[in-house]
Design a protein around this ligand. Structure first.
Ligand code: SGN
Ligand code: CA
Length: 541
């Protein structure tokens, strides 16, 4: 597992924990709080602001399956649903490379991994000197900020304000790297803290005479799904239905068979499911979990231990084995994950309410997305990486500025066109009235937001995942997805093609490559895939 050497070495000091909200950073934070305490909204409102503000909320590993505006089977997310209900829901939204760092690089640059140079989490450092949309927005007169997970190994550029977590960040009492390059620690639960800091920047940190773009990058809902102690009791009386493909045998799909992201085989009882016993507590991951618990203060720790003592007791009493163990793990996984979603949904609600109270909904685009999709037991998995639906497909909902809705005579609507995370940068630039540079590979979504259906909209998407050999053992692969078909080539230490008819086989269980009758389709998709690879300038390593 990679450590965050770049961040840690660039940080000047790590300050000890204490019982106050902001630890050891009094001067830094007091300074930040004082910057524009006197800035008045009324002076800002007097001017007619033509450029739209952007609030971009991105979570980590949030599956569309666990947002009730996409899927009602598992939980309710009223605040996320509000964004979709008052705006647009993309029903065919995808990423270009289903992994955190690469996805963030695609989003910031509007370019595929091959063009932005950030291929994987384990070997790459983002070239911070390259063109990004926040830099272009700054040139267009915007004030820009990013708060939360960054995960690009070099420090942020193109932001008037930033405050990021080192690497993956911690759920409890997390550290942050500040713009002064100090590492500070804050007390509390990370989703609350990131939201507080975002609100604080909106109220006190920005130049209120300028349009703004605020990126709120949550650590939640990343592994190992540690809930706020206030939510530990939630979902305990629920039994979740197993996904149809939970017991997939991967026949006809070599790469799927070779992964190490199975709930049954690979999900750790102690680290992932907090079920520490004599046996599970001694493993490497068990020890890593013990280290995480050291972060909790005595009150948090007491609540945590009390709750998980009952889980451990249940586990010992049942002593599940085989399929029963797999299903027990699935239920625990779902419960922990959904508790973390609950904090997230509450905090998005808090931010939405604040924007409303401040009169900012008139002129602000609010985007909610994740850095990729996630498996909630489909194919028996957690994690992401694969070009299969659950991880390539990614939630994307937007609340449009009230002015934009009025001027374009819009109602809430679904957008069904194929869109990808390389499209966000040109969208934000167009909304800002800025020029979209020719080297940006994504397409502006603004026509789609206006309810248009351009005839020349893209008919296919390109995908490439590079991080192998690595954690979870998902082989390198690239491919093409059209509205109906998906063709994937797994390569490196394997040479396997897969073809799916998504209308007939939405679960992607039947690989049609090499099946009689599919030769022409497969050949035609290979030609199209090669065309996309050349168009984007990608190489197969
Ligand atoms: C960590 C996780 C992995 C996860 C990667 C990438 N392991 O390494 O399960 O796939 O992050 O996730 S953990 O033991 O540290 O939890 S990503 O979203 O940041 O790309
Ligand atoms: Ca992620």
């Amino acid at each position: 597992m990679k450590t965050n050497q770049n961040f840690v070495s660039s940080a000047k000091k790590i300050l000890p924990a204490a019982g106050t909200t902001i630890i050891g950073a009094g001067t830094l934070m007091a300074g930040a709080g004082a910057i524009i305490a006197g800035g008045s909204l009324t002076s800002c409102q007097k001017k007619e602001q033509k450029q739209y503000n952007i609030v971009y909320i991105m979570t980590d590993d949030h599956s569309f399956q666990t947002m009730s505006c996409y899927d009602e089977r598992y939980t309710e997310t009223p605040n996320l649903d509000r964004i979709a209900d008052e705006g647009v829901r993309f029903t065919n939204s995808f990423v270009a490379n289903s992994l955190s760092g690469p996805s963030r690089a695609c989003m910031l640059t509007g370019k595929h991994s091959c063009a932005n140079g950030f291929y994987d989490n384990t070997t790459c450092v983002f070239d911070a000197s390259q063109q990004t949309f926040p830099k272009l927005l700054q040139k267009a007169g915007y004030e820009t900020a990013v708060i939360g997970k960054w995960h690009l190994e070099s420090l942020p550029t193109g932001f008037d304000h930033w405050e990021i977590v080192p690497g993956q960040g911690d759920y409890y009492n997390p550290q942050f790297i500040t713009q002064q390059n100090d590492t500070i620690q804050k007390h509390g639960y990370i989703t609350d803290i990131i939201t507080d800091d975002a609100i604080d920047w909106l109220d006190n940190g920005r130049d209120k005479d300028k349009p703004f773009c605020l990126l709120v990058h949550h650590k939640a809902i990343h592994r190992n799904w540690m809930a706020d102690t206030a939510h530990l009791a939630l979902f305990e009386d629920k039994t979740f239905p197993l996904p149809e493909t939970f017991w997939d045998d991967y026949s006809g799909r070599q790469a799927a068979a070779a992964q190490e992201m199975s709930i049954f085989k690979d999900m750790d009882l102690a680290y992932d499911l907090k079920t520490v016993t004599e046996e599970t507590g001694k493993t490497g991951l068990g020890q890593a979990y013990a280290g995480m618990l050291e972060r909790l203060d005595p009150e948090q720790r007491a609540a945590w231990e009390k709750f998980y003592a009952s889980v451990i007791a249940d586990f010992k009493a049942r002593a599940p084995k085989g399929r029963e163990l797999a299903e027990w793990k699935f239920q625990r996984y779902m419960r922990d994950y959904l508790k973390v979603v609950k904090s997230l949904d509450d905090n998005v609600g808090r931010l939405l309410d604040h924007l409303e109270e401040e009169g900012l909904l008139e002129n602000t685009l609010i985007v909610y997305t994740s850095d990729q999709g996630f498996y909630m037991g489909e194919h028996g998995w957690f994690d992401k990486r694969f070009m299969y639906e659950e991880s390539m497909r990614t939630p994307l909902i937007m609340r449009l500025p009230d002015r934009f809705v009025r001027e374009n005579g819009l109602e809430a609507h679904d957008i069904t066109e194929l869109v990808q995370n390389i499209d966000y940068a040109p969208t934000f630039l167009e909304l800002a009235g800025a020029e979209i540079p020719d080297d940006i590979q994504g397409e502006s979504l603004v026509p789609l937001l206006k309810g248009e259906h351009p005839d020349n909209w893209r008919q296919s998407l390109y995908y490439h995942f590079y991080e192998y050999p690595a954690e979870h053992s998902v082989k390198r692969h690239y491919g093409i997805r059209t509205d109906r078909y998906k063709l994937i080539h797994f390569y490196h230490d394997i040479d396997a093609w897969e073809l799916y008819d998504l209308h007939e086989d939405p679960n992607e269980l039947h690989n049609l490559c090499g099946q009689p009758g599919y030769e022409n389709l497969s050949d035609s998709l290979k030609v199209q895939l090669e065309g996309l690879r050349k168009q984007y300038g990608d190489k197969i390593f």
